[in-house]
Design a protein around this ligand. Structure first.
Ligand SMILES: Cc1ncc(C[n+]2csc(CCOP(=O)(O)OP(=O)(O)O)c2C)c(N)n1
Ligand SMILES: [Mg+2]
Length: 934
């Protein structure tokens, strides 16, 4: 339990691990009253207290009783919200070990340089935007962290992990400038990452991909820092549980905005952090009561609302609402009028009070109640105006951070009340701060005065005339301030943020592990999902990489045939298994363990993605290569968590995303919401994602092997592995699995297409049929029908990746554009299909746009069939007939192409249509299917 926060946290009886954990708001009234007279005495005396001393006093006594009950370990339910005051009372604040005045000066320099960075990025003719006000509200929060708490990469414990508010980046750059990590020129090139050459500019927000030695965690998509930080902290525990790394002395810090808390991903996983007792996690929410264009909850109180949410979820909550100047006032508040005013003033009003004068505050905040007015009679208007919010009081913030790091058994959230744009008069508390990106000469002068900076009017004006901005300020590398801040960072393990890659590459398994899949399945039909899981299981037995694999699934392990891993690999749970499982007598019983390898995420694709990101970036965040293998319903991958996959790419995380039950017609019976006809297209939009859609188990083997080699192996071009993510779509439909052909074109397979069957010798028209994934059997059948019924010879191609083929085409075009004097290159599709003129018909279980991606490079008549439109529930044959993607539809499409080119009599197309009735799904009503259940 917390030592410094007497009014926070659940009661000891409700601590995790005890049976009372599940009681959230229980009242003991259902217990039989064993002494009604005694109970009545207590109630009577409480009534008397209210009658004689009033409700305020009664409330006070009740709160004291609750506090006492907690101290005495009586399990009363926790309060969900407390008064609108600091959680840590002044008498419990710890000694502050720093030099407050030096740290104030450092903060001033950083504030100044941060604002000038943004302002100069908006000088005339450049105008690339930026946020000024956010960092000004959170400067104290960050600086307490940097000077006293955040441990760097060289700290013996391994260092802390920082998720920073993305649009506070100017402040983080400004600190790095003072520390000598960034130059003035780089600050001037904020948000200009290309025009000055590679690496010369600074990225707008924390983008590890763009600044790979600086930023570690991308955060600016609101909400993702919340959920990702929780799963990062959990993954740190997992690494320790698995015996891979001691992470016990590492802390995850996440800085978030109060507006950002409205994103479902912000609050959606907080119960996970509480349930798993993540006391290695601290959130700092910068409660400036504003988002971009207005108040967060003008009529409400965001700090109170968040407090209730977090307390209800089981977090330790520390509110830092008021600066020290309020302490004396609160100490005199014997009637509770001040607290009452604080409790009942809505955020919108506080925002107004923050921009108005002392006189206005005296009149409207203190004024209406004579007792309140009297409380500030001794103060000048100026003093009243200067009464600060808690998040700007360095010592109060220090006390909160200190308490957070000493809290055991719970994650902590610090709710810091701040003012947006604090210290810049032109911005403070205004709704339109986001629009103001540039400071005028006057604004800058006032700002300088407020920060007590030794910059002369002349210097300021001449810089302004020269480039529309102010000069940066650096006190000199040997100034006491810089020496102080550098010394603090040395003590704490080096500068932050910083990204390092200290991992060792892995020795990867050799041929033998792939032999099984390459053998095929003889007469059996096997789904590609089963093939992938089979190989995964064999990988997990490998002495080198086995323990580094992190299987992840949101609830669906059984669906994907992975329940066989339960008894051996076990499900990770920090508490182990405290109960006898219902299936304990079964072979494949559910088994939990603190050393468990499987991450079983509940029904949270967002949580599963956050785990995949943590595992996939472990090579850099922990120096330990881990291999996430995240398997999910393909519909709920890119469609639902695409933004997280984008962040995964930004974080340079690697790993396998496996869209199982892929396709619009394979997941028979599930229908519209489940039937994925487009995830390859969504995947194509992420530049780091390499998508494959294998048809055969031997293709699965080559693709998974290539993924391992590219991401976890060392090559000349990528000695530390490639920053890509493998996305593989696999199906639950059993299909024939031929053995790998002896002369398999592996290079073609990995580039995206290779020929499976050659056209037969002989006379007559020819077509070429292309299919991916589960569509291959359709073209195989079409080939037979074309030959038997229509005398048309067809060759078949397996397209393993429409996306990679299209990318190659685009890149080839660009290369040719830039090299007019050299022999033009040929796109791989064009090269593979050669100068043959036979028409090409493509089909897949996705919308037509997926195969259409390659059309510019197909050197012949190109026809595409696709599953366009919403899915529905029915058998596979019915669905395929409905979309016109089955074998018969391929035949009609092929004939139609041949008729148009004059190769066959056009009447034959009508004949085929009449024969197959491809426009009529009822024609397949009695056709059976196998292996339907998902
Ligand atoms: C998902 C997403 N939506 C919108 C934005 C645009 N955006 C950037 S900052 C911001 C306001 C953030 O407000 P808050 O979280 O309160 O942070 P503050 O600047 O007040 O500290 C918004 C909406 C974004 N970055 N991400
Ligand atoms: Mg805000």
């Amino acid at each position: 339990m917390t030592t410094d926060t007497p009014t926070s946290g659940p009661t000891p009886a409700a601590s995790v691990g005890s049976s009372a954990t599940v009681i959230h708001e229980g009242l003991p009234t259902q217990l039989p009253d064993i002494d009604p007279d005694e109970t009545q005495d207590w109630i009577d005396s409480f009534n008397a207290l209210i009658d004689e001393r009033g409700r305020e006093r009664a409330r006070y006594v009740m709160l004291r009783l609750l506090e006492r009950a907690r101290q005495k370990q009586v399990g009363v339910p926790a309060l969900r919200s407390t008064d609108y005051i600091n959680t840590i009372p002044p008498e419990r604040e710890p000694w502050f070990p720093g030099d407050e005045e030096t740290e104030r000066r450092i903060r001033s320099y950083i504030r100044w340089n941060a604002a000038v960075t943004v302002s100069s990025a908006n000088r005339k003719g450049l105008e690339v935007g930026g946020h000024i006000a956010t960092y000004q509200s959170s400067a104290s929060l960050y600086e307490v962290g940097f000077n006293h708490f955040f441990r760097g990469k060289d700290h013996p414990g391994g260092g802390d992990q920082l998720f920073l508010q993305g649009h506070a980046s100017p402040g983080i750059y400004a600190r790095a400038f003072l520390e000598g990590r960034l130059s003035e020129q780089q600050l001037l090139r904020f948000r200009q990452e290309v025009q000055h050459g590679p690496g010369a500019g600074l990225s707008s927000y924390p983008h590890p991909r763009l600044m790979p030695e600086f930023w570690e965690f991308p955060t600016v998509s609101m909400g993702l820092a919340g959920i990702n930080s929780i799963y990062q902290a959990r993954f740190n525990r997992y690494l320790a549980g698995r015996g891979i790394k001691d992470t016990s002395d590492q802390r995850v810090w996440a800085f978030l905005g109060d507006g950002e808390m409205a994103e479902p991903e912000s609050l959606g996983a907080i119960r996970v952090a509480a349930r798993e007792e993540l006391d290695n996690l601290t959130w700092v929410i910068n409660c400036n009561l504003q988002q971009l264009d207005g108040p967060v909850t003008g009529n409400g109180k965001i700090i109170q609302e968040l407090e209730a949410n977090f307390r209800g979820a089981g977090w330790n909550v520390i509110k830092v609402v008021w600066g020290r100047e309020w302490d004396a006032l609160l100490a005199r508040d014997v009637d509770g009028v001040l607290v009452n005013k604080m409790n009942s003033t809505p955020d919108g009003a506080f925002q107004t009070f923050s921009v108005e004068s002392g006189a206005y505050n005296r009149e409207h905040f203190f004024g209406p109640d004579p007792r309140l007015r009297a409380m500030v009679e001794h103060m000048s208007d100026r003093q009243i105006e200067k009464l600060p919010r808690g998040g700007h009081d360095y010592r109060k913030v220090y006390a909160a951070f200190d308490a957070a790091t000493k809290t055991v058994g719970q994650p902590t959230v610090i709710l810091a009340h701040t003012i947006k744009g604090w210290t810049i008069d032109a911005l403070e508390g205004k709704n339109a701060t986001h629009q103001m990106k540039k400071l005028t000469k006057d604004d800058l002068k006032k700002f300088r005065d407020r920060l007590y900076l030794p910059i002369s009017d002349r210097d300021l004006e001449s810089a302004y005339e020269a480039n529309g901005t102010a000069p940066f300020f650096h006190p000199g590398a040997d100034s006491p301030e810089i020496e102080y801040m550098l010394e603090r960072r040395r003590q704490l393990g080096g500068s932050l943020p910083k990204r390092v890659n200290r991992s060792k590459m892995l020795t990867l398994p050799g041929d033998s592990v792939y032999a099984e899949l390459r053998k095929g399945a003889g007469n059996h039909k096997v789904a590609t999902t089963m093939a992938a899981v089979r190989l995964l299981r064999d990988w997990m037995k490998d002495p080198e990489i086995g323990k580094r694999i992190v299987p992840i699934a949101p609830d669906e392990y059984r669906t994907f045939g992975m329940d066989s891993m339960f008894p051996s690999a076990k499900v990770y749970d920090p508490l182990g298994q405290t109960f006898e499982s219902v299936d304990r007598n079964m072979l494949l019983q559910y088994k939990m363990s603190p050393q468990g390898q499987l991450l079983h995420e509940g029904i949270s694709e967002a949580g599963a993605m956050a785990s995949a990101i943590a595992a996939g970036s472990s090579y850099t965040t922990h120096g330990e290569q881990m291999i996430p293998f995240y398997i999910f319903y393909s519909m709920f991958g890119f469609q639902r968590t695409g933004d997280q996959i984008w962040a995964m790419a930004d974080q340079l995380a690697r790993g396998f995303l496996v869209g199982a039950t892929a396709g619009r017609t394979t997941l028979t019976g599930e229908g519209l919401q489940h039937a994925d006809g487009h995830s390859p297209l969504l995947a194509s939009t992420n530049p780091a994602v390499v998508h494959y859609d294998p048809a055969f188990s031997y293709e699965v083997a080559h693709i998974m092997r290539s993924g391992l080699e590219r991401m976890y192996g060392s090559t000349e071009e990528h000695p530390q592995g490639e920053d890509v993510i493998f996305y593989m779509t696999v199906y639950n439909e059993p299909v024939p699995q031929p053995a790998e052909p002896a002369d398999l074109d592996v290079a073609g397979l990995l580039k995206g297409m290779y020929r499976v069957t050659e056209v037969e010798q002989g006379e007559g028209p020819r077509v070429r049929l292309l299919a991916s994934g589960v569509g291959f059997p359709w073209i195989d059948e079409a080939r037979r029908l074309l030959a038997e019924d229509w005398g048309v010879r067809a060759e078949t191609w397996s397209v393993t990746s429409w996306n990679e083929l299209a990318r190659d085409g685009v890149e080839t075009g660009k290369w040719n554009l830039l090299h007019p004097d050299e022999a033009p290159r040929t796109a791989y599709v064009t090269e593979a299909l050669g100068d043959d003129t036979a028409p090409v018909v493509a089909v897949s279980d996705y919308m037509a746009a997926v195969p259409l991606q390659i059309s510019p490079w197909v050197p012949a008549d190109y026809r595409v069939l696709g599953a366009d439109g919403f899915g529905f529930a029915d058998t596979r044959p019915a669905a395929r007939r409905f979309f016109q993607i089955d074998a018969e539809s391929v035949v009609v499409q092929a004939l139609s192409a041949l008729a148009e080119s004059g190769e066959i009599d056009p009447a034959r197309v009508g004949e085929a249509l009449a024969k197959y009735r491809i426009d009529d799904p009822t024609a397949v009503a009695d056709r059976s299917q196998e292996g339907g259940a998902a």
